[in-house]
Design a protein around this ligand. Structure first.
Ligand code: SF4
Length: 490
């Protein structure tokens, strides 16, 4: 008799979508630790660092640690807690480690593409964890393949590890600068060598990276170790102290003797991803001196100033819509309430990514507290509209719960263009704001009114000035780095 149990290929299963597929997805989170005490192990700190960066990638996780000049790596598909247990973490010995959580954009979702990537060669070994997307990965890959260098994955990040390994005979510093000058696109990198931890950020600083330190006990005892992390919340999570952001175009090398910093690019123009603040980053993080939570509150206040509507209640779509709803309420004098509840435990579900399933997935993820909204004119604040499925479904469930009017306010401008820098955007034709006017969109969503924050309003919420400038590519079609084939308004 045929068994009724069907084994699901985990790798294939992870190629499907989740209830948040109507959101843009961050590609990755990176974390690295270098401890001064050679007897201590860095892997468990890395594990906790990765847990606090889990929101940046849920498809795969990995940690590489160096012990007596040998790098060992464990990685696999799934959440950090799925891939690691106390035994697997304990097997990773050594005082320095790097870790990675991934959501795939470049390269498919399979264990071969999980990071860190490790290369062992005659002169040593390195492990690389990368957040971002290289815009010239195909060209560099071809050049490396022509030089006889083999690849084990389809990920653009493997290009970086192979380039560093190829250049390593010139010494670490030169290998890094030569590699970094060759690659284009967005990258926040943490690199582990036999005796150093390295961090690097692209010349525009599109993806975030910051430095922290471990002091343990009184500060006079000195530094117990250094941390590199995508977001400051990961430094907090391991009891570290935030030191500063890595600057665009900066490389930092941490070893037992020193912390060395140098700039590899004369032409740097800060263009931090504005979507980090709108949606991707955790609200308790501070990125490039801008408080993520505070920026969301300000975005709500500005939305209130730009597009107030007479209403009885303002609610936020959890999580990032909630601080903006607080700000909108403050600015307009509208009562703030919790009308929408998000299930925190849905995670990534194995469902087919067709439109019908996406529509269903929203009600799995969000539910309405009908007692709160019944008979009221409700303003709903969300961070963004991508395909429109979430907003349409939310309007429908709010009306079914008895809301008298539903007004949508969005704290990012309309997403009309793809991202080429490490964020998974649907095809242009699936971006509902591409080709639809705001009134058309409002009608399609079934809302009583719809308004987006202006580009100027978003910049104001981020305290933009000469020093703090941002990438707005997916809103305006103007990118900080030339993107081949991209024509504004195409
Ligand atoms: S295009 Fe959009 S999502 Fe991509 S880096 Fe720029 S602001 Fe961020």
């Amino acid at each position: 008799m045929k068994s009724s149990i069907e084994l699901v290929d985990k790798m294939t299963a992870y190629e499907v979508c989740c209830p948040e597929d109507d959101k843009l997805h961050e590609e990755c989170g990176v974390f690295g630790v270098f401890l001064s005490d050679p007897q201590r192990d860095a892997a468990s700190l890395t594990y906790y660092g990765l847990l606090s960066l889990q929101h940046r990638g849920q498809e795969s996780a990995g940690i590489a640690a160096v012990h007596e000049k040998t790098i060992e790596c464990r990685k696999g598909m799934g959440l950090v807690g799925d891939v690691f247990n106390p035994d697997t973490v304990a097997q990773l010995k050594g005082p320095a480690a790097v870790g990675h959580v991934r959501y795939s954009t470049a390269g498919g979702s399979c264990v071969e593409n999980a990071q860190p990537f490790v290369s062992r060669f005659k002169l040593g070994s390195i492990a690389v964890a990368h957040n971002g997307t290289l815009t010239n990965a195909d060209v560099v890959r071809e050049l490396l393949e022509d030089a006889g260098i083999g690849f084990t994955s389809s990920s653009d990040s493997e290009v970086i590890v192979n380039l560093i390994a190829k250049n390593y005979k010139k010494g670490l510093e030169k290998a890094l600068t030569d590699t970094i000058k060759f690659i284009k696109g967005s990258y926040a990198l943490v690199v582990l060598t036999d005796d150093a931890l390295v961090g690097a950020r692209d010349p525009n600083g599109i993806r975030p990276l910051c430095l922290g330190k471990l002091t343990e006990g009184s500060k006079s005892e000195g530094t117990a170790g250094w941390i590199l992390a995508s977001e400051s919340c990961a430094i907090d999570a391991v009891g570290g102290e935030f030191v500063r952001d890595i600057e665009p175009g900066e490389v930092i090398i941490i070893n037992n003797e020193e912390v060395l910093s140098f700039s590899f690019s004369e032409k740097t123009r800060r263009a931090v991803c504005s979507f980090e603040y709108v949606y991707f980053a955790r609200p308790d993080s501070i990125i490039d001196k801008v408080d993520v939570y505070g920026s969301r509150i300000r975005a709500g206040e500005i939305l209130g100033r730009e597009s107030a509507v007479s209403a009885d209640l303002v609610i936020g779509v959890p999580d990032s819509g909630v601080p903006a709803a607080i700000g909108y309420g403050r600015a307009t004098g509208t009562l703030f309430g919790l009308g929408i509840v998000k299930s925190k435990y849905v995670g990534r579900t194995f469902i087919a990514p067709d439109q019908a399933m996406r529509e269903k997935a929203v009600s799995v993820k969000h539910n309405v507290i009908d007692r709160e909204v019944r008979g009221k004119r409700v303003v709903v604040i969300d961070d963004s509209i991508v395909r429109g499925t979430t907003s349409r479904r939310l309007v429908s469930i709010l009306r079914n719960a008895g809301a008298k009017e539903v007004h949508i306010r969005i704290c990012s401008p309309p997403v009309r263009f793809p991202c080429y820098f490490g964020i998974d955007t649907p095809h242009r034709k699936d971006l509902i704001s591409n080709g639809n006017s705001v009134p058309e969109l409002c009608k399609s969503l079934g809302a009583d009114s719809l308004a987006f924050i202006s580009v100027e309003g978003l910049l104001e919420s981020l305290d933009a000035d000469e020093e703090h400038s941002y990438c707005l590519g997916c809103f305006t079609g103007e990118y900080p780095i030339p993107v081949s084939g991209e024509t504004r308004g195409e």
